[in-house]
Design a protein around this ligand. Structure first.
Ligand SMILES: O=C(O)CCC(=O)C(=O)O
Ligand SMILES: [Fe+2]
Length: 280
């Protein structure tokens, strides 16, 4: 049975329920968390104006630096035949931002990192000792001093009719690379997670909720105890639908943190970026 439960951030049982949900489905949904829906709406409104303006061209990503604006159809999921139907902007602590989004975006970045540390504490505290013994340091400590976490602001433009390439979707099925992802509720539905039998399930994510999923780095560090779940963003039904915004915060350890006997976080990241055509 695949059931992604909404966990209230204020419930005393939240840490255990959250870790259990990640263990069982690779996803958990947080309600009543500290980041208000008004702030999220304000960020989507500001970024919506940015994506609608020609200024975005001057923020275009300059590889090998990973931050900045990625135009429509620049990323494909590992092994996917078509480019995703999205444009986006990647934000790190030192990223130069448009003035119009700066205050809101920096505030969200900082608060999402703090929330990420709390959630990793919850996971650490609710992981069986024999699994915890694999971690090279406690999960929250892996983030100490890390400038690697990345906030991605995604814009999936409105769709009318057939996709530009056969089989192209808003985001093809993939797994995230990092430890955990805090996926601030999209402005429209479409996010789906896959269960072990290959069936897809809509991820419940009402206004103001944050869906959290395990990434490959936590799967690797936990020896598979926390599965990194495959997910995707489907096109609107009938090929017709408005824009969708979402803001995943990808929580990354310091580059030198050892994830397994073979690999540090940086070695693992570079290997994975090459697969999706984003590595410098
Ligand atoms: O837009 C979404 O809801 C999900 C985006 C996503 O999975 C990603 O960018 O890795
Ligand atoms: Fe993802």
């Amino acid at each position: 049975m695949f059931e992604i439960k909404a966990v209230s951030f204020r419930d005393p049982d939240a840490p255990a329920a959250f870790a259990r949900s990640l263990r069982e489905t690779g996803f958990a949904v947080l309600a009543d968390h500290p980041i208000t829906p008004e702030r999220i709406d304000a960020a989507y409104a500001e970024w919506g104006r940015f994506f609608a303006s020609p200024d975005k061209e001057s923020f275009k990503v300059r590889p090998p630096a990973p931050d900045g604006y990625y135009p429509f159809r620049s990323e494909n999921a590992k092994g996917a035949p078509a480019k995703d139907l999205k444009e986006f902007f990647q934000v790190y602590p030192a990223t130069h931002l448009p003035d119009s989004v700066e205050a809101t975006t920096r505030g969200l970045y900082e608060d999402l990192v703090v929330l990420g540390i709390t959630l990793l504490e919850w996971v650490e505290d609710n992981t069986p000792p024999e699994i915890r013994a694999r971690f090279s340091e406690p999960l929250p400590a892996m983030l100490r001093g890390s400038a690697m976490s990345m906030l991605r602001i995604l814009h999936y433009p409105p769709q009318t009719g057939a996709p530009p390439e056969p089989g192209a979707t808003r985001a093809a099925a993939h797994e995230d690379i990092n430890l955990i992802t805090l996926l601030v509720a999209g402005s429209a539905p479409g996010l789906e997670a896959q269960d072990r039998d290959g069936n897809w399930h809509a991820v419940p994510c009402d206004r103001g909720m944050i869906a959290v999923n395990t990434g490959d780095m936590l799967e690797l560090a936990s020896g598979g105890y926390y599965p990194s779940t495959t997910h995707r963003v489907v096109n609107p039904e009938d090929g017709q639908g408005g824009a969708r915004f979402s803001m995943p915060m990808f929580i990354h350890p310091r580059p030198e943190v050892r994830l397994s006997v073979e690999k540090t976080a940086n070695e693992y990241l570079q290997e994975r970026l090459r697969e999706i055509g984003l590595a410098g």
